[in-house]
Ligand binder design. Structure first.
Ligand code: FAD
Length: 499
């Protein structure tokens, strides 16, 4: 049946070539079914079940029902597929994410509700009415969240983008993870499948992943794809686990293997999770790869977009999401460079330029320093614990260096940045903070927990260079004048009247 399935897919490709524009309105599922009938294949119950298993596998990789996928464009990214073996990362992909986050302040549990953007920059309102202001913002919420409208944009996003958000598909795929007391399945295999008699349930626990070699425990993951993924979310997890165990017993019982009860289990609910509302994107009937490019377009050089659903070449993948972030980082850098040069002209006209230099200068003589933190305060006597001040936090950013001798093909120019080398550069964030708060911060275990304490517990807002000069201009002046006063006092103390 493997051959029959692959032949049907080949014929589906020929069918769309033959149909040309008419293929735009047909789903992959409809195309395959027409061809199956035409060639009269998969007639017996067993053959039909095996074919359905392959179709479920296709629904899994596309996170969508075949009846939704576009016959014309569903596989438009195939040409970019990367070479090399598939492998599991020992310890999980989170290790990669944590390494990338190192030294970057990430604030969790801040659900964005509204994004306002315009000439003056971007304001991001999160649940609880906290507002973050910035020159530019990068939006990486999943396509499902954009579709739901749970994040309001003011002004509304351009119509072209809204239409692309609507057209592209955002499908569902779920997992059941189970930890068993021991490995009872064949230790040598990474995956095994299971056929389903009911066509509408062909994606229900159709594939099992064995993670015992990478997770350090006897872990099995059961996948749920297609229509079954949606039904799955309506069922009580306890019922689901029983159903998975019944399937495993059906496979291993006849081999004389006893299937133990799992020690721990967990069911995903990506469709019902308000921060996902699905799993990943696919090309729905009526959509095309161009919609990924539209989703990637920035708005007024203020609002930028990244995430898997903005990457035409590598959608629905982690590497696609990562590459889209690098792409946007270089776009943001370009936009900020041109804004800085405009700002410099403006700042010169307004005689504001000196304040920028002053911000660098005042940190040359810090009042307090530890880890990545440097402080300057506006105080005259050491008793003034509430004295306000500024903290400068030194962070590292990963930089994408453009390749010098890479030949970019004409139509590939704007698709992906060319990652030749990832390098690091330091940058600074600033915040307004009192001496008392700084002392509390010093007690933190390490810089990571200090950054979390600063933002979460103290509710301090981190700012870039320009905002600090803007918002903190009177504080900067006050720091300078109190510093002078302190020096005068010190001189008086040191001055001894000769007898
Ligand atoms: C079951 C499953 C299996 C997969 N298997 C693979 C695989 O084997 N290989 C592979 O490469 N890819 C795989 N993927 C796809 C991959 O995980 C995604 O493509 C990738 O994680 C997308 O990254 P992203 O940054 O675009 O979105 P996400 O990782 O979804 O990140 C979006 C973030 O936005 C946050 N967010 C949402 N709304 C708000 C809001 N209002 N305010 C603040 N934050 C918000 C979310 O909490 C989330 O942290 C799989 C996905 C699933 C679901």
């Amino acid at each position: 049946m493997d051959l029959v399935f692959n032949t049907l897919l080949d014929h589906a490709t020929r069918l769309r070539e033959y149909l040309k524009a008419a293929a735009e309105g047909i789903s992959l599922g409809e195309g395959i079914e027409r061809l199956r009938r035409l060639y009269n294949v998969a007639k017996t119950v067993e053959e039909r079940e095996v074919l359905d298993w392959h179709l479920a596998n296709l629904e899994f990789s596309n996170a969508g029902c075949l009846s939704e996928l576009s016959l014309a464009h569903w596989d438009q990214d195939d040409q970019y597929e990367m070479g090399g073996d598939h492998c599991f990362l020992a310890g999980g992909n989170a290790r990669l994410v944590h390494a990338l986050c190192d030294g970057v302040p990430v604030l969790y549990e801040k659900t964005v509700k509204r994004i306002e953007y315009g000439e003056d920059g971007v304001s991001i309102m999160v649940e609880g009415d906290q507002v973050f202001k910035a020159d530019m913002a990068l939006c990486t919420v999943p396509l499902g969240v954009l579709k739901s409208g749970s994040v309001l944009f003011e002004p509304e996003l351009p119509v072209m983008k809204l239409k692309a958000i609507d057209r592209l598909g955002f499908g569902l795929l779920n997992k059941v993870a189970m930890v068993f007391p021991h490995v009872f399945w064949d230790e040598e295999i990474d995956t095994f499948g299971c056929l389903n008699k009911d066509r509408s349930k062909r994606g229900e626990f159709f594939l099992f992943y064995s993670y015992h070699t990478v997770s350090g425990g006897a872990v099995l993951i059961a996948l749920v794809a297609g229509e079954a993924a949606m039904e799955f979310e309506k069922v009580d997890p306890a019922v689901t686990i029983h159903r998975v165990l019944d399937i495993l017993k059906g496979i291993y019982g006849p081999k004389g293997v006893t299937v133990p009860d799992p020690i721990q289990s967990s069911c995903t609910r990506w469709g019902g999770d308000p921060l996902c509302l699905g799993s990943y994107s696919h090309i729905r009937v009526g959509s095309s790869g161009a919609d990924y490019d539209i989703l990637a377009e920035s708005v007024d050089d203020r609002l930028f977009f990244a995430g898997e659903a903005t990457n035409r070449a590598y959608p629905a993948t982690m590497h696609g999401a990562l590459l889209s972030g690098l792409r946007e980082a270089s776009k943001i850098r370009r936009a900020s460079e041109s804004r800085v040069s405009d700002y410099k002209k403006y700042a010169l006209q307004k005689s504001l330029r000196h304040i920028n230099g002053v911000l660098d200068d005042i940190f040359m003589e810090p009042d307090l320093e530890f880890g990545r933190f440097v402080f300057v305060f506006s105080y005259i006597t050491t008793e003034e614990q509430q004295a306000p001040g500024l903290v400068r936090i030194t962070l590292q950013k990963h930089l994408l260096l453009p390749s010098k001798n890479h030949n970019v093909k004409g139509d590939q120019k704007d698709k992906e940045p060319v990652a030749k080398k990832i390098d690091q550069e330091v940058f600074h964030l600033y915040a307004i903070i009192s001496r008392e708060q700084a002392t509390e911060l010093m007690a933190g275990e390490d810089d990571k927990s200090r950054i979390a304490f600063l933002c979460k517990d103290l509710g301090v807002k981190l700012m870039g260079y320009d905002s600090t000069c803007d918002i903190g201009s009177s504080l900067i002046s006050s720091i300078l004048s109190t510093r002078k006063a302190r020096k005068r006092l010190q001189l008086q103390k040191n001055f001894k009247i000769p007898l």
